[in-house]
Ligand binder design. Structure first.
Ligand code: 8YV
Length: 324
């Protein structure tokens, strides 16, 4: 019997491609000399798509519609904003993501970025490497410290809770904003983002991307955060209004920001490189070998479930699995 047909929309880790190749007849969109020709020839037979935000391919309703036999879309990453899950749900297509295996890693990154932003470690290291310590004396004392801060979480899902635990261990009180109050979480809850931004001086953004949260951190939120304000974003670039943030950093509306995610990755706005009070990371939230291996294996397990006729491990809430 011939293997079921799977499309990879972009480069995947070797361990992912190798294992998928054992269960499926795989085709790689990114390696095709003529993408359109490849899609036309395989579209009638494709039952599985392997994708991820990093591929740059939007698995939207129009893209999904090209594959009449499509049953599953496996997304590399916990965030699946590049997949239209509403369109998938309508056709009974299962969408899977990679939750849990990356929560602690992303939380570590969030804390690293927070500390770096507050205490300027990156800039202090640049100062040392440039030979300025011996010539010019000690690096200036940082204006900011975690010692007198209050932090507001924008989003309190699994990664948010892992971040909050760490922040509290540093002695910093944590409040949170989300659409609904979570009964099992005792931190101060705000249903109004502006009210929380006024009450704290540090915002940690870890909410899903997509149209619902687009530009949620806008000029009004930054104004409410105020001149001691620090914004950290480890969610999606789309959640923050970038021009508003850049202006707020330049004119002192807030003090500093730390960003792991941007509009138009990896081709970020080059103007960011000229803003001194921002710490910039190239979307490395989950990027350790240990954690990416865990994500890759979960992605494989989800997709291979179709070939085996078993239940996928982590379907997203919008497309619950019943049967193949
Ligand atoms: C990865 C991420 O960079 O899990 C996510 O949602 O943003 C990151 O872990 C991304 O999945 C790579 O496609």
């Amino acid at each position: 019997m011939s293997k079921p047909v799977l499309l990879e929309t972009g480069p995947m880790m070797t361990m992912v491609s190798t294992q998928l190749g054992q269960a499926f007849a795989t085709h790689r969109l990114h390696e095709a000399p003529d993408r359109e020709a490849l899609l036309k020839s395989i579209a009638p037979d494709v039952v599985a798509i392997c994708t991820g935000g990093h591929t740059g391919v939007k698995t939207d309703a129009a893209f999904q519609a090209r594959f009449p036999k499509l049953r599953i879309i496996g997304n590399f990453g916990v965030g699946y904003d590049s997949v239209d899950v509403v369109a998938a749900a309508k056709r009974g297509i299962i969408v899977t993501n990679t939750p849990d295996v990356l929560s602690e890693e992303v939380a570590d990154t969030a804390l690293g970025l927070l500390l770096n932003t507050v205490r300027e470690f990156g800039r202090a290291e640049d100062y040392l490497r440039a030979g300025r310590w011996a010539k010019e004396g000690d690096y200036p004392l940082t204006r900011a410290s975690l010692r007198d801060r209050k932090l507001g979480m924008v989003g309190m899902g699994r990664i948010g809770q892992a971040i909050a635990r760490r922040v509290e261990a540093f002695g910093v009180p944590v409040a949170y904003f989300s659409r609904t109050k979570k009964p099992d979480i005792s931190n101060a809850y705000y249903g109004d983002l502006i009210a929380m931004a006024k009450a704290v001086d540090t915002l940690m953004v870890i909410t899903p991307g997509g149209p619902e949260t687009k530009n949620m951190i806008n000029a009004s939120v930054l104004e409410a955060l105020g001149p001691r304000g620090i914004l950290i974003n480890v969610a999606r670039g789309t959640v923050v209004d970038e021009p508003a943030l850049m202006a707020a950093l330049r004119n002192g509306t807030i003090q500093a920001a730390g960003l792991d995610v941007f509009w138009n990755e990896p081709n970020i706005n080059p103007e960011w490189l000229t803003v001194p009070n921002v710490t910039l990371l190239p979307h490395v939230g989950s990027a350790s070998i240990h954690t990416r291996d865990g994500m890759g294996q979960l992605l494989v397990d989800n997709l291979v479930a179709l070939a085996k006729g078993s239940a996928p491990k982590s379907p997203v809430a919008e497309t619950p699995f019943k049967a193949w």
